[in-house]
Design a protein around this ligand. Sequence first.
Ligand code: 3NM
Length: 206
Amino acid sequence: MLNLQQALRKYFIMGSQNCDRDPKQILEEAIQAGITAFQYREKGQGSLSGFQKYILGKELRNICKQYDIPFFVNDDVELTQVLDADGIHVGQDDVNALELRQRFPNKWIGLSISNMQELQSSPLDHVDYLGVGPIFATTTKEDAKAAVGTDWIKQVKQLYPNMPIVGIGGISTENAASVLESGAEGVAIISAITKAKNINEAVAKL
Ligand code: 3NM
């Protein structure tokens, strides 16, 4: 399997609420097109919960296993455990990273960071990578904060040169290069893939 730095390069995130056709098919197309990691994020309006969330998660997890693609779960400790995910991603208001590290000593832990205050108050020693954003304006996340721009990536990298970073929020085939040029290991994307007319072409451009 890919190492973490490689896995972050084209990090595809989605849940059923982001898909207007079968999520399994979208994931498989995205993997065949070259994504390097997947995060199951069942969150927001129209998202699944309970058993249905588990069933889709299991199916998507199996697809990732079949192709040897790292599988992350967004903000769900139990699901991370039962699906034996490779990692978990949490936001500032979710489970504390220190608690996560104690529960999952051998899984990758990602944390979202949107500003300096969050950066300085987070237990970075227990985190494997940071999701920084939203870099550009996004309509995909209902409660997204104000766009921070690519300079934010440069600032975080300057302070924590060894911490792997993935940019997130409003990243498209047109602006992905600027995220990488600012020092991020990769780009995390939802709509640039789920809404692409041609997933193969979109992932190639990213
Ligand atoms: N987290 P799209 S922005 C899930 O800023 C998520 O932490 C964000 O979707 C953050 O690629 C975001 O369609 C949505 O803009 C990303």
